[in-house]
Design a protein around this ligand. Structure first.
Ligand SMILES: [Zn+2]
Length: 193
């Protein structure tokens, strides 16, 4: 069953973008040494707080009859209530897109990346299944590549009660594609680290 309802959810806390203070660190040794850009600490803090609400948010949404993470293309309408006039549109779109993705793991057994929602199946196939966290997210959609557009999204300010109000709609294309039995390709199928 795949009832395509609109998901309505409020993400508590003052939203933060990733690029306010990009941090570059050197990782690896010898020939493998390479720079890696880490997201801002502010973004990490916002995401960490959100993740403490992960189970509650997921339950709220599932109680409305929506299976998450949704796998079809989506349109996102966000009202971004900031605590101050900072950051730009693309910064918030990127941050929110990241936050609502499914968590994923790296399997050291088969060297593949596995979405959180696909873990049970993976454990069936891959008996080793030694996993390390790759990224963390709320699991409302599988991957931010599903986001078709941000139409209607606005940056606003509410100093007393900063938050992000989200409506996640099936993108119009999704409805058409569903009729053709379209499936979103696994974004990690070809990724290997
Ligand atoms: Zn594996």
């Amino acid at each position: 069953m795949d009832p395509r309802k609109v998901i309505t959810v409020t993400l508590p806390g003052a939203p933060r973008t990733k690029k306010t203070s990009n941090r570059v660190v050197m990782l690896g040794k010898g020939d493998n040494r390479h720079p890696v850009v880490l997201p801002s600490e502010a973004f990490e803090g916002w995401l960490k707080t959100l993740l403490t609400f992960r189970a509650m948010i997921q339950r709220q949404i599932r109680d409305t009859g929506v299976q998450i993470p949704v796998e079809y293309p989506v349109q996102i309408f966000a009202r971004v209530f900031r605590d101050r006039d900072a950051g730009d549109f693309t910064g918030y779109a990127q941050a929110i897109g990241d936050a609502i993705q499914d968590s994923s793991w790296h399997c050291e057994g088969c060297n593949k990346n596995v979405l959180d929602s696909r873990l049970p199946q993976h454990r069936e196939v891959c008996k080793v299944a030694k996993l390390s966290a790759r990224r963390k997210g709320l699991g409302l959609i599988l991957d931010d590549a599903q986001i078709d557009n941000w139409d209607g999204t606005r940056l606003l300010i509410d100093r007393d009660n900063p938050r992000v109000e989200l409506e996640i709609w099936p993108a119009e294309e999704a409805v058409t594609q569903a009729a053709l039995n379209f499936a979103v390709p696994d974004p990690f199928a070809e990724v290997g680290i």
